[in-house]
Write a protein that binds this ligand. Structure first.
Ligand SMILES: [Ca+2]
Ligand SMILES: [Ca+2]
Ligand SMILES: [Ca+2]
Ligand SMILES: [Ca+2]
Length: 477
């Protein structure tokens, strides 16, 4: 396609000029197709977000050491091949201006002689600063948004993942000889490209793993980022400006194929307010966070079990007016329990909440002047296998219910609570990180008449007397 090639050459020149503003670099891009009069260059059009990188040059061995590495023009690319299971090919990248680059590595599938490729970015000293190892053969490896410091030198390396403890199969001699044959088609070949597209206004800017480099997120804005390499961590600064009383912060991060997301929310001083883990491929929410008084922002820390250079996540923060019976986070342990109310004869109530990504919700109850029998139940949304527990004042478990499967109700009936005593009710379980519907916790309490029978400790015994009588207003603030 002649038209495509012309367009991509134009893109390459524009990018080089915009990136470095250097005449020498511009000349180099134009000269790509006919450098040093060697064998004809293999032309591969490599589609990228910003158009195309190409044509690609042929790899030049030897390049097993960093000081032998051929330059990888930016933007540009190379066709190469791994000669053996332990071959390593290095390419030298000169950053020029500070910028974020997209590096991609592709190769054939296993049945076409391809191997499980690994892409690494090294700094000038050889330290690995980013790694992509998703596998198997045929899977794109990539480093989207990898940050390069101004005028620094980097090296990209291509290797093959060889599973430990299992000798490499001799099945495909063609693949073994690929390097010697100069990268014959269908062997352990690969295409490596590098490009420096300008990030959009709502895209992350790497590096962003330190609070001072976190991308700003205003309420109702949507931002995009990549789990760009192994152990990539992205911080986002969630503005709490304008947050009113009674409003909660909801955070939603869309799913990334192949990865289980993790989202932590941190206070400005670094304390973890909420830590959530999602399921593979699925979105993850953190709902109902009640911002601490005066906190100007929270930080959201996004990471994942695997990288994915092809599919960005989208992050959105929003505020929601809390309804009467809505839970408010954090409430994951007795110290941060939601004060649910006083238990007395005929007292009832309900709360709605979410068990996003491994969340636990704890509610605090306090008996009034009489001993009561407490009955609590949870109605679970369809995807959630809920666990209900009642804990004593010190956090010890007094009763639990986990009989039902996902979507089924759990109940603990007629549990004795002595006068003035505190009970914590804990709701947890296996829930999807993006379950749409809340659970509903309900409770009733009634004065425990003799002979009616309750479980738990006997009531109205002297040992059950609280050391301090209930206060006039037992409701917690
Ligand atoms: Ca990232
Ligand atoms: Ca990052
Ligand atoms: Ca919750
Ligand atoms: Ca919670």
């Amino acid at each position: 396609m002649r038209g495509v090639r012309v367009a991509s050459a134009a893109v390459a020149v524009v990018a080089a000029v915009a990136g470095a503003g250097c005449k020498g670099e511009r000349k180099r891009e134009i000269g790509l197709a006919h450098r040093d009069g060697g064998p004809p260059v293999v032309i591969v059009e490599q589609p990228t977000e910003s158009g195309a990188v190409g044509p690609l040059e042929r790899e030049k061995e030897p390049n097993d050491q960093r000081d032998q590495a051929a330059a990888l023009p930016l933007p540009g690319g190379v066709n190469g091949a791994l000669a053996s299971a332990d071959d390593i090919d290095f390419y030298r990248i000169e950053a020029g201006a500070a910028r974020a680059v997209v590096i991609r590595l592709t190769g054939p599938a296993a049945d076409e002689g391809g191997v499980d490729l690994v892409l690494e970015l090294h700094d000038a000293d050889g330290k690995v600063v980013a790694r992509s190892d998703r596998g198997p053969a045929g899977t794109m490896e990539g480093l989207p948004g990898a940050p390069l410091a101004a005028r620094a030198v980097y090296f990209a390396s291509v290797t093959q993942l060889v599973k430990k403890g299992r000798p490499k199969k001799k099945k495909k001699p063609a693949a073994e000889d690929a390097g010697a044959a100069g990268g014959a088609a269908g062997a352990a070949t690969y295409q490596l490209t590098i490009d420096a597209p300008a990030p959009g206004a709502d895209d992350e800017v790497e590096p962003n793993d330190k609070p001072e480099a976190a991308g700003q997120v205003l309420l109702s804005e949507e931002k995009a980022g990549y789990l760009g390499w192994s152990k990539d961590v992205d911080l986002w600064k969630l503005s709490l400006v304008g947050f009113g009383g009674g409003f909660a912060l909801d955070l939603a991060v869309t799913g990334v194929d192949g990865a289980a997301l993790a989202v932590d929310v941190l206070a400005p001083d670094g304390r973890v307010i909420a830590a959530r883990k999602g399921q593979k491929d699925r979105a993850l929410m953190v709902r109902g966070l009640l911002p601490e008084l005066g906190a100007p922002f929270y930080l959201a820390r996004v990471s994942g079990s695997r990288s994915n250079p092809e599919m960005a996540y989208h992050l959105r923060a929003s505020s929601r007016a809390l309804g009467d019976g809505d839970e408010a986070e954090p409430n994951d342990d007795p110290d941060r329990a939601i004060a649910a109310g006083t238990l007395g004869d005929g007292a009832t109530g309900e709360r709605r909440g979410y068990l996003d990504g491994g969340d636990t919700d704890v509610y605090k109850f306090e008996a009034g002047r009489e001993a009561v029998g407490l009955t609590v139940s949870v109605d679970a949304p369809a995807s959630t296998d809920v666990v209900l527990r009642v804990l004593g004042p010190g956090g010890a478990e007094l009763a639990s219910a986990d009989n039902g499967k996902a979507g089924q109700r759990e109940e603990i009936a007629s549990l004795a609570v002595g006068r003035g005593e505190i009970r914590f009710v804990s709701v947890s379980g296996a829930a999807l990180g993006d379950e749409a519907d809340p659970y509903v916790l309900r409770w009733t309490s009634a004065v425990n008449l003799p002979g009616q029978g309750t479980q738990g400790a006997p009531t109205d015994q002297p040992t059950d007397q609280p050391t301090e009588p209930p206060t006039e207003d037992p409701y917690e603030q």
